[in-house]
Design a protein. Structure first.
Length: 106
């Protein structure tokens, strides 16, 4: 994947937001893929990495370890609920990748 300019960065950001919205609304069962996503992310691993990076960024930004434990737990639950669709997509994608990596016994 070549260096991205503003237009490609904007397209990538919009694609991630669209995927997140559809996943969190429950309209996606599997990681989506299209020629546009191939152009933006390179491959499915690149798309999964971008979604995972956004989740990690949201988690780091919204969970303050200095909060009281009960508040931190409440915030974790809200954050996880808000991103449950994306997390489900990533779990399914990881499971599919693991299945592909495991050799089938003869």
């Amino acid at each position: 994947m070549s260096e991205m300019g503003w237009t490609d960065t904007h397209r990538r950001w919009n694609a991630l937001q669209d995927i997140e919205a559809r996943a969190n609304a429950g309209t996606l069962d599997m990681l989506p893929w299209s020629p546009e996503y191939a152009d933006l992310f390179g491959d499915r691993d690149g798309l999964a990495a971008a979604l995972r990076s956004r989740w990690e960024q949201a988690r780091r930004a919204q969970l303050d370890s200095h909060l009281p434990e009960h508040v931190l737990e409440e915030q974790w639950c809200r954050l996880h609920t808000r991103h449950r669709g994306v997390l489900r997509l990533l779990e399914r994608y990881d499971a599919t990748r693991a299945d592909e990596a495991d050799p089938v016994p003869a």
